[in-house]
Design a protein around this ligand. Structure first.
Ligand SMILES: Nc1ncnc2c1ncn2[C@@H]1O[C@H](COP(=O)(O)OP(=O)(O)O)[C@@H](O)[C@H]1O
Ligand SMILES: [Mg+2]
Length: 158
């Protein structure tokens, strides 16, 4: 388990990190990304950069009330979850997520702490923190391994 810290001076840098993650994970069939950080930390901004890099057009917003926004990208499901308004973690079990196994699709999860005990374990954990008007991202690559870390840190992938 290792962590990578990346300074994000502005919104565009947060989107660019999302795009970099999309490229670094190219070829991985699926997994669960925990996006930690308080309200306004930049979680949705990161998801927007990530999905745009995969070719999604149109608006990309936090699914604050619907909790889940699915995207079909090149025949593969992507789920953007925002669990802030989940009343209790077991409410997750009734959302039909069993049809979207993270072995073959990606889940990008805002407020994973609201689903504790009912979410699959993370493949990647991203902490976003406010830092003097900018943001700091701390990325824990969990079990994705060295090839992913190299791809993420390779400037050619930005
Ligand atoms: N690196 C950054 N530096 C400064 N502001 C940022 C940065 N990344 C995102 N923002 C701003 O933070 C605000 C909240 O972002 P958002 O992605 O909606 O947060 P969250 O989903 O964590 O609640 C937006 O106005 C966005 O422009
Ligand atoms: Mg959000």
């Amino acid at each position: 388990m290792s962590a990578i810290a990346i300074h994000l001076p502005d919104e565009r840098a947060t989107e660019a990190l999302g795009a970099r993650l999309a490229r670094a994970l190219h070829g991985h069939a699926g997994g669960v990304v925990y996006l930690n950080g308080t309200l306004g930390a930049g979680k949705t901004t990161l998801v927007r950069g990530w999905l745009r890099a995969l070719g999604v057009t149109g608006s990309i917003r936090s699914p604050t009330y619907t909790l889940i926004e699915p995207y079909l990208i090149d025949g593969r499901d992507w789920l953007h979850l925002d669990l802030y308004r989940l009343k209790s973690p077991d409410e997750l079990d009734g959302l039909g997520l069993d049809d979207h196994s993270p072995t073959r699709c990606w889940w990008l999860v805002e407020w994973p702490e609201c689903g504790v005990g009912h979410l699959p374990p993370p493949s990647l954990i991203i902490d976003l923190r406010a830092e003097d008007g900018a943001r700091l991202a701390v990325i824990d690559t969990v079990a994705l391994g060295e090839a992913f870390e190299t791809a993420l840190q390779n400037p050619a992938a930005t």
